[in-house]
Structures are given as C-alpha cells and as structure tokens.
Design a protein around this ligand. Structure first.
Ligand code: ATP
Length: 413
C-alpha cells in the first residue's frame, strides 16, 4: 500500500496521516517520518498492547504495518477530524457540547491514569471525533516522542508548565482543550469569560489550568464527576429560587461575633467597612446556627434552591440591620475539594467587594474579606464537612450567593 493512494490529512511530529481506502472501509495511516529501529518497534508494539487493554475512549492505532517503500506506518481507525479543525471551521462549541466533550475526555483520562498511563500532550489536534460524533483521544503512545522530536514550541499553549510526565499535566491539557472549545482561543491570552456558560464550568477550567499542579483538581475522576453533575443540572428543569430579602437577623442577639480577617493589604474603604462587619456577623450567625446551617451527617443531597426566607423573630434587631439578598449576581461555583484545601471561585459584578463565609461542622463560621478577588484557596480539615457562601457589597447593599457544601454537608437557610 502506498500512502499516495490516500488523502493526506495532516502532519505531526511522527509523520503524516493519510485517509486510505481499504476493503474494511476507510482507515487512517500514519506514516512515520523516519526509520523505526527494531528495538523502538518492539517497545511501540508493547505500548500499543497496553493501550489497547485500556477500556476508554482512546483512539488506539491498530497495528504497525510496512509500506512498499520500506517505511513503517500505524494503521487504525479513521476519524472525521479534530477539535482543532472543528473550532477553526465553526468557532467555539455550545456549552452543552463542551460539557459532553469534557466529560468524555475526563472519563478517558481517569481510566488511563488508573492503568498507569499518562498522555502528557493532550492538545485540540489530539482530540478527534468519530463519525458518530463521539470524541476520542489520539496519540497516547509516548514511545515515538523522543524518536521523532518536534519543535518544542508546537502546541506549547496547551502543555502544562511543569512538563508532560505527571497525571496533572493531563488535567492541564484538559483545561486547555476546554478553554479552546469554550472561547475559540488557547489559554493565556485573556481571562476566561463566556456569558452563557455556567460559572461552575468556567471555574473548573480555570482550576484545571492552575500553574501549580497541586492546585489543580486531584484527579480526572473528580473532574468527570463535576462535569457529569453540571450536565445533569442543565438537563433538570429549573426550580424556583429565592430572590428577595432574607433575614439574617433572627437570633443575632447574644451570639458571639465571628472573627473577621481582612485580606492583607486589601482593606475595604471606610464606606464599605461600615457595611461588612454587621453583615458578616449576621451571616456568621446564620451560617452556624440560624439562617443557613451546616447539618453534618444528614446525608441529604444539596438542596437545589433555597427554602423560603425565615420570618423575622421578635428578637430581630432594628430595621437598620443590613438586608442580605440572594441574587443571581453572585454565584459560587461548586467547591473543588483537595483534601486539606478547597478551591472556591465565584462570579460577581465589577465594583463589588467579596467576603467568604466558611462554616464547618464545629466551631464558629469564619468570614474572610478578599475584596476584588474572585477565587480563594481555603484551608480545611480533611474528612470534615463544610459549607461556603460568598457575600458581596458595593458599600451600600449586600448580596450573597447560595451556600455550597462539600463532603455531603447539607447547607440551608
Ligand atoms: N485517526 C485519524 N483520523 C482522522 N484524522 C486524523 C487521525 N489521526 C490524525 N489525524 C489528523 O492528522 C493530523 C496530524 O495528526 P498527528 O497525530 O500526526 O499530529 P498532531 O496531533 O497534529 O501533532 P503531534 O502528534 O505532533 O502532537 C491531526 O491534527 C488530525 O487532524
């Protein structure tokens, strides 16, 4: 068989890929750009065996074949194109498609990682689509990388800063691929922004792209779980949400005031200072005891909406007490649990300062001012349940997000 009999689809570090007709239908033929020595070939065969044993959406090139001119090639399944081609031709994907794509890739990575296999160079040109539309990951085999060396700048925007060996380099690659799918651009050029995408998805992608591998999600299985959850949420009909005043007042009296820790070098302006402490105290009360509470061990699923606001009790403070609204303007993404730390990310309008309220199973809730930050890494005790909530203020009014749990905690108002 001569590669010239087929149509060239593209070239990479290892060679040129052709679509070739065969009795079994069209196939992909990757013709190596150089000679394959016997030892390399044996190693490649062993690697292909290992890859074919992995039960996931890996595109495993079937077999090594020899061409009439003596060159070697990999013959395998032909796909319709790559994510890179698709985005170039049609622009960013819909949010739903990004979720499906991300879930499929995360699932494949989880399976591969469990089998001890790391891709290390997950780029949009290595994400291919079958005729059915199903995404698959290509180019898992690593044996040939040091043999056919590519320009180190190739695909660099998609590669993890620390290198290509660890599992977390694949998580970075996944983040980079999803960044392109969401925005049409590789990461790095601008802050990730897409109005119609759920904040949880944007926060997850940002987290996957963390410079420090230890700050990324701990494993691909968790990423798959988060993305699956996001898909389910989008497929579930909306339930009503509270968008009115929520009392934070009842029970304030007699309850100790929480610790307030202004972010270093980021003290709110005096005008804002007059709002925050009161509200923080109110929410802290709510977080631990009255208005929204952590109910450890209940095992109930996280409520999808907030129950009706608590009625003001007779012990409510004067009407000058700040009113806190739960509005869509401040949205906390699902926290990403790293064991001893938790990554929080939220969306809030420009010009608002933020405070993070952390309620644990024991002890008083804690409020930390983070001013214009929209992400925070929170230290937590491994194994304990927590709820988190974000408050924002422009100095006059205060709004808060819905609370978000980790480890099966139930947070409610
Ligand atoms: N099995 C396949 N079916 C359809 N198209 C393919 C297949 N394999 C590769 N291609 C196309 O050929 C191009 C070159 O693929 P190849 O794997 O050689 O290089 P790359 O992925 O672009 O770069 P590198 O392997 O150096 O990271 C891909 O971008 C893709 O568009």
């Amino acid at each position: 068989m001569r590669p010239e009999d087929g149509e060239a689809l593209g070239g990479g570090s290892t060679g040129v890929v052709f679509a070739v007709p065969s009795d079994e239908g069209d196939l992909a033929l990757k013709v190596f750009s150089g000679r394959l020595y016997r030892r390399t070939r044996l190693r490649l065969e062993r690697e292909l065996d290992r890859l074919s044993a992995v039960d996931g959406q890996l595109l495993v090139p079937g077999t090594i074949v020899e061409l009439a001119d003596g060159r070697c090639a990999l013959r395998g399944e032909l796909c319709t194109g790559s994510l890179a081609d698709l985005v170039t031709a049609a622009g960013p994907l819909s949010t739903d498609d990004v979720l499906v794509l991300g879930t499929a890739i995360a699932s494949t990575l989880a399976t591969a990682h469990e089998a001890g296999i790391v891709h290390g160079r997950l780029t949009p040109s290595n994400v291919l689509f079958r005729a059915s539309g199903e995404p698959v990951i290509n180019d898992f085999e690593r044996t040939l990388r040091p043999v056919f060396v590519r320009d180190p700048r190739h695909g660099r925007q998609f590669l993890a800063p620390e290198g290509t060996d660890g599992r977390s380099s694949d998580l970075y690659g996944l983040g980079a691929v999803l960044h392109l799918a969401l925005t049409g651009e590789p990461p790095g050029s601008r802050p990730l922004h897409r109005e119609d995408a759920p904040i949880d998805l944007l926060a997850l992608v940002e987290n996957l792209l963390a410079e420090d591998p230890a700050s990324r999600p701990p494993d691909a299985a968790l990423v798959e779980e988060i993305l699956t959850g996001l898909q389910e949420t989008r497929n579930t009909p909306e339930v009503s949400t509270v968008d009115g005043p929520v009392s934070v007042a009842s029970g304030i009296e007699g309850v100790p005031v929480v610790t307030i820790e202004p972010a270093a070098g980021a003290a709110p302006t005096p005008r804002k200072r007059s709002v925050w402490p009161a509200v923080a105290a109110g929410v802290a009360v709510a977080a631990g005891f009255t208005t929204w509470a952590l109910l450890p061990g209940s095992g109930e699923p996280e409520p999808r909406s907030l129950p009706a606001p608590a009625p003001r009790s007779s012990s409510a403070p004067p009407t000058s007490a700040p009113t806190v609204k739960t509005v869509s303007q401040v949205e906390l993404a699902a926290p990403i649990d790293h064991g001893s730390t938790v990554e929080l990310a939220w969306r809030a309008p420009d010009g608002f300062d933020s405070a993070v309220v952390i309620a644990g199973e024991t002890g008083e809730p804690k409020t930390t001012f983070v001013r214009r930050q929209r992400t925070m890494n929170v230290a937590v005790e491994p194994g304990r349940k927590y709820c988190f909530l974000i408050q924002i203020t422009d100095g006059e009014s205060v709004r808060e997000s819905e609370p978000r749990p980790i480890r099966g905690a139930t947070c409610r108002k």
